[in-house]
Design a protein around this ligand. Sequence first.
Ligand code: CUA
Length: 471
Amino acid sequence: MDNSENIQPRRVLIASANPLFSRGLQKLFQEKWGGKAEIIGITANLADTIKAMEKHSPDLVVVDYDDKTINRTNILNEFVEGEGPMQIILVSLKGNGSAVVYDRQTLTPTQAGDLLDIPQLQPSLQKIGRLSGWTNRRRFALAAAIVLAVSTLVLFLMSRVRLLPVEASQQAGVVDRLFRFHFGAIAFLWSLIIVFMILSIIFFRRRKGDEGDGVHRRGNNRLEIAWTIVPLITVLAISTFGASNLAQTLVKDPQAMVVNVTAGQWYWSFEYPKAGVTSQTLNLPVNRQVLLRMTSRDVIHSFWVPEFRVKQDILPGDMVRELRITPTLQGTYKVRCAEMCGASHAYMESPVIVMDQAAFDAWIQEQVSAVTADPGERGAKLAQVNGCIGCHSSDGKDGVGPTWKSLFGSQVSLASGETLTADEAYIHESIVDPAAKVSAGFQPGLMPTNYGKILTEQQIGDLIAYIQSLK
Ligand code: CUA
């Protein structure tokens, strides 16, 4: 049955920012298709066009996309989101009058089935690849080769910069193994990212005249599983590697020499308990493990000799922190405090001298014989290594605490209003229980209360003898 007479005319919308063009098209439609086409609207900008498409559902939209006023992507989005049959013709006057047609059809399932029989569509990406002779496999091979080359170069350059100080302990060897692994990983990951970024910019840049969108990919299970499992295994492997290295730095040597370390604001003091010697420098025999047993007098400090690599926080209270170091290289280094601990934190450092066993033994002998028989002299040294002199001067100037000069035997005014004589009993009490009788004019609670535990009775006696000698 021929019902061409009854066919509804096609409802046409013309969109162009150029009024001459619109009028020309309108005329063309009327002359050529007469009753078969009905112009239902002419729009000159994007918003009006989209509004007209929604409101009138035209059968055909003719879009002049030479003018940027009408953005073809927005028009196409509107087209894709709608339902029902519609065609869009994108016309370009500049491109030799060429046109692109988008057709939205409503099909029955059978018709749709026929449509899907069309042989595979080629994504535009592969087409470009074929044309330029670069398949994805060849791109990957090239990228892998460049990543390897750049990683090697970066690693080489990093090895030319002195990133770490000299390696002077057995524990440093273990730590540096981790560092080398880390540097390798950094060089590789940096190269991986930079090389792929640069190659992508080169290979996948927009070609001239390529106005199409990229290929849309809807997830890739194999890829997603791979990029979950590979980092998981990598992280587990690194943590195992790290843990086993940490364990190696903690290996105990039963023959280790013990040194008691005291940190305070702002000094270091090293006691060799076996020899009964206290020193302000840390002297160590080479190739023998030393066990540092460390406490703080006041705030948190941290023991760090960069050449030994390992580091340990030192805590106040009665907590002893341990650190094991086996020096392997003779020389003079420096222990620094690695925990912000107040005004002179930056200057809290002491020499660390690693010497051969014979020299070390000689040094200990020297220290032992330097321990004098005079209690006053011993007390002077105790006042130094225990940090007393930080608050109590010997020259008559009051500091945080009263000066010790001419203190012994003098009359002392207390905060309570009493007056008493500074005799041996009073000074002893003030050392072990400083809060008991506070001198007038001094703030209570500043002096550490643990000297009674740290010092032996003999050492307290030596300190009092020293104070007594300061006439
Ligand atoms: Cu002690 Cu910083």
